[in-house]
Design a protein around this ligand. Structure first.
Ligand code: GAP
Length: 511
């Protein structure tokens, strides 16, 4: 199945099984805005919980806050967002469609990368076991040519971005003969900068209203509360402040489902450190965050680091953790060494002293900041897309299963009476009463048992318990594992112990 087809399946499965709906669908939808359905909300909450537990509950020096979305407008001047939170955009004069100029170039590079992958896969077939990837990549003339092309484009591209040289960026698009996917023409406007913040107004009358912005990141709510939290919590450096919350960006290229949304959620943590120690903390947090991702078991090969060549205005080092989404490796999380840029800037703009007094060295200083910032919706897409699998079974039939890491699964247990009679539904409901205190449990009595198993597979429910006549006699049930489909007979107490063990947060988060 091609990646494109796989991605279409992800989107349709998310809708069919109550995970994600287009926002305002009955009014034909709102572009790049989505609603989470009954199962999507559970999965999203479980991801948040997994992050908060590892970030806050397991670190005695990291605390959690929930700051407001609306903030004083000067905050966005101080943070640099008013002046520098821009994307370069370009219009095609024939189709009147608007694009991000940098994305057009990136997509062009991705096409060349795909050509390399095709050459490699052809050669793999040709050479079989004797295939040597390194040797092939460094000697095959076509691959070498493609690589040189990518290197040349990347150099020109990075230079143009770094120096905000929009004329060179347009020239690169023209030189590469990039065409508009809609009109097919190369009739481009000049490249312009476009600010991504959504504006809104505070106040009852138009004359007295204050212009505000919907926050484009949650981080600034943490910076402006630095002293409040440090003082009231009597926190000593190093310490962290974490936050999960909504952010808003008026994205120009808003597609790829929930990958790039106009309203989305971030899980951010700002770690306040002593100036001079940022390199050490940068590499520590890179390792910790990758370990967190790997703990979910989605496959080591699906993650890679990408170091930023063009640093944001606040950073002295930055990288992304990229994930292998159905449309290729793309940013999932950012790790940024933000220096003292934000706190110093808020000190300047607010005229309030924002310093930390170090009781050990008896000195005051502006802390440096190490940030980890992950998009909750992107994390959702990573988990969901990688878990959706179509399996061919021994009898030749197919099953669609969501092998979501069990700890994140929306519902943990489905209780299924074999028949809708003989007291089996009543007994099943008694068992639910017992389980529901510890686990998100569902009841399903409709259709044949095989179809119910398939339905729970498609929802990602890790355990199905079948209640039959033997349960009435000896209190044992059949537990079926979603991934292996193995069925075992055991007592309800044994089932509880088994599920508790498999969902033990300590085992999942001990890395
Ligand atoms: N405070 C730093 C910051 O906001 P960022 O790289 O712009 O950094 C951090 O964003 C993360 O937020 C990204 O790695 C991505 O996962 C997520 N994100 C950013 N824009 C997004 C969008 N339009 N839709 C969904 N997630 C987004």
């Amino acid at each position: 199945m091609s990646n494109e087809d796989k991605f279409k399946k992800v989107i349709s499965h998310a809708k069919e099984y109550g995970f994600i709906f287009q926002s305002s669908e009955i009014y034909d939808g709102l572009s790049a805005v989505y609603d989470y359905g009954q199962n999507g909300t559970d999965l999203k909450n479980n991801i948040k919980d997994y992050w908060i537990k590892s970030m806050v509950q397991l670190n005695e020096n990291i605390v959690n806050i929930d700051s407001a979305i609306l903030m004083h407008p000067t905050i966005w001047k101080a943070s640099g967002h008013v002046d520098a939170f821009n994307d370069p955009l370009i219009d095609n004069k024939d189709s009147k469609k608007r694009y991000r100029a940098d994305v057009l170039v990136e997509e062009h590079i991705a096409k060349i990368e795909n050509k390399i992958l095709k050459e490699v896969s052809k050669a793999k077939k040709r050479f079989g076991d004797n295939f040597d990837l390194d040797q092939f990549s460094s000697t095959n003339p076509r691959v070498v040519g493609y690589k040189t092309k990518i290197k040349d484009i990347t150099e020109t591209f990075s230079k143009a971005l770094e120096s905000d040289d929009l004329i060179s960026l347009k020239k690169l698009i023209e030189d590469l003969e990039i065409v508009c996917p809609v009109s097919g023409s190369k009739n481009w406007t000049d490249v312009k900068q476009f600010n991504l913040m959504f504006g809104t107004k505070l106040g009852a009358s138009a004359e007295n209203a204050t212009d505000l912005y919907l926050r484009p990141e949650t981080a600034q709510g943490i910076f402006v509360n630095f002293l409040n939290v440090q003082k009231t919590g009597r926190l000593k450096i190093p310490f962290g402040i974490a936050q999960i919350g909504k952010a808003f960006r008026n994205e120009i290229v808003a597609r790829q489902f929930i990958f790039r949304m106009r309203e989305f959620e971030q899980m951010e943590m700002q770690y306040f450190i002593k100036p001079g120690t940022q390199k050490e903390w940068y590499s520590k947090w890179k390792k910790t965050r990758l370990a967190w991702h790997l703990s979910l078991g989605l496959g080591k090969e699906n993650y890679r680091f990408h170091d930023h060549e063009k640093l944001a205005h606040y950073a002295d080092a930055a990288c992304d953790i990229e994930f292998n989404f159905p449309f290729g490796f793309k940013e999932l999380e950012g790790i940024h060494s933000r220096t003292d840029f934000d706190l110093s800037s808020h000190e300047k703009y607010s005229s309030k002293k924002i310093k930390y007094f170090d009781p050990q060295s008896n000195e005051s200083y502006t802390p440096y900041v190490l940030e980890t910032s992950i998009g909750l919706d992107r994390m959702f897409l990573a988990v969901f897309s990688k878990s959706l699998i179509e399996e061919e079974l021994a009898d030749g039939s197919k099953r669609v299963v969501l092998k979501i890491p069990k700890i994140l699964a929306p519902k943990k247990i489905a209780i299924l009476p074999l028949l809708k009679k003989d007291g089996l539904p009543e007994l099943s409901k008694k068992i639910i009463e017992d389980f529901k205190w510890d686990f998100n449990t569902v009841y399903d009595e409709k259709d044949a048992i095989g179809r119910r198993y398939r339905r729970q597979d498609a929802l990602g429910t890790p355990f199905c318990l079948t209640i039959d006549h033997q349960t009435l006699d000896d209190g044992t049930v059949t537990i079926r594992d979603r991934d292996s489909m193995v069925q075992q007979r055991m007592t309800v107490d044994e089932v509880k112990t088994k599920i508790k063990n498999e969902l033990d947060i300590k085992t999942w988060l001990s890395f």
